[in-house]
Design a binder for this molecule. Structure first.
Ligand SMILES: Cc1ncc(COP(=O)(O)O)c(C=O)c1O
Length: 397
């Protein structure tokens, strides 16, 4: 079967009964399991972007309407309360999160929380760049920080889903609703895969290229009324570049939250995001997206349970991500874990059955299989027998 042919469930079952050389029969219709940019929605077609107002000003009525639609449809699907602001900002999730840190931190001490690479990056920002009073809470890859042990009178910066370890916050219940500090949440790999508790989040950021399979470059910044209050009552002691400025004359620039972006966005990316939102709606909105990610993760879990040479990096099942699923090899015969994992990822890529599934460069050796909503469960199911084949082949060479 050709790499991009659709795979039926019957094909998948056939692939479990391997031919003589051990190779599965079926291949995933789409071998893209990268953790970002992630697979486009299954119905994606470049021709569907033809309505993008290319070559037009983003400040013309048509462009502004598209940007406002992107904001309002995001609100609808994610269930963001009406009193929260949603803005499209430059430089993807990094831009959105750093803009929030640079604009709001320093009014109180910060609690910096990290259990993998991206959270660690935000710790570095605070410790080495902003140099404000802070406490650092870290856990090793595979573990999570006790979110109940933080001081929520301080500002708390954390990542909901650590993309490089596959560990996510199990629930926001421990965050007090009556906290004095702000919570700043990097939700890049969680938005559209988790029902985020908006009353517990003051600043939430994500990028388009993750769970919805959009294009990179634009960040989403979601602000609670308390975050806006901070912006309007506090001026940080450091200079802010124009690209980070959310205030003018001590007032929030409201236009940013109705589609008047700080600088020029790509209207092609906006059109692509609108298309992804259409698709999200067509699969049942947030509930449907979560169900798709959960089904993908369940398929991987069943595989892990059935094979004693592989395990989740996330130790506690309650903290296992349903998007960035990180796995480690546990077979005692493996002497060089990094080389082994790399060789498996290469075999799978060479066969055209799984692209870009090597662990993140800073993470422990292993595999990272994106299970977000744009990935079809049939593709995960078709890919996993190939993982077993690659393991068997590699371990015996
Ligand atoms: C949790 C997390 N935070 C931040 C980023 C950086 O996102 P971007 O490249 O969109 O700025 C990523 C990217 O993978 C991520 O997974």
């Amino acid at each position: 079967m050709a790499t991009h042919d659709p795979v039926s469930h019957d094909d998948v079952r056939t692939s479990e009964t391997r031919p003589a050389d051990g190779r599965p029969v079926a291949k995933p219709a789409n071998p893209r399991f990268s953790s970002g940019p992630c697979a486009k929605p299954p119905t994606f077609d470049l021709a569907a972007l033809a309505d993008a107002p290319l070559g037009r000003s983003h400040r013309a009525a048509e462009g502004k309407a598209k940007l406002l639609a992107a904001i309002e449809r995001t609100r609808e699907i994610l269930g963001v309360p009406a009193e929260y602001r949603i803005g499209i900002v430059p430089a993807s999730d990094t831009g959105a999160f750093e803009m929030a840190m640079w604009s709001m931190l320093g009014a109180r001490p910060a609690e910096m929380v990290a259990w993998e690479s991206f959270g660690a990056g935000w710790v570095t920002d605070v410790a080495k760049q902003l140099k404000i009073e802070h406490r650092v809470h870290t856990a090793d890859y595979g573990e999570i920080v006790d979110m109940a042990a933080l001081n929520y009178d301080n500002d708390v910066c954390f990542t909901w889903n650590g993309t490089t370890s596959g560990v996510r916050v199990p629930s926001g219940d421990v965050i007090p609703a009556d906290r004095a500090g702000l919570t700043l949440c990097d939700a890049t790999s969680a938005a559209f895969a988790v029902d985020l508790p908006w009353d517990k989040l003051d600043v939430t950021t994500y990028s388009w290229q993750k769970v919805l399979g959009g294009e990179a470059a634009h960040g989403m910044l979601i602000l609670s009324p308390r975050a806006v209050e901070r912006l309007e009552s506090y001026t940080p002691p450091w200079p802010l570049p124009k690209i980070f400025r959310l205030n003018k004359g001590g007032k929030l620039i409201e236009g940013i939250f109705t589609g008047a972006t700080i600088n020029t966005p790509s209207m092609l990316c906006v059109e692509d995001y609108l298309l992804a939102l259409d698709w999200a709606e067509s699969v049942g909105g947030l509930k449907g997206l979560i169900a798709r990610a959960d089904a993908n993760t369940t398929a991987v879990s069943a595989f892990v349970e059935a094979h004693d040479w592989i395990d989740f990096l996330a130790r506690d099942p309650a903290t296992r991500s349903n998007t960035s699923v990180c796995l480690k090899f546990t077979d005692a015969r493996i002497t060089d874990g990094a080389a082994f994992a790399k060789a498996i990822a290469k075999r799978l890529a060479d066969e055209g059955v799984a692209l870009d599934i090597g662990a993140y460069r800073d993470a422990p050796p292993g595999l990272r299989i994106w299970c977000g909503a744009t990935v079809e469960t049939a593709d995960i199911e078709a890919m996993l027998p190939w993982l077993a084949w690659a393991f068997d082949t590699e371990i015996s060479t």
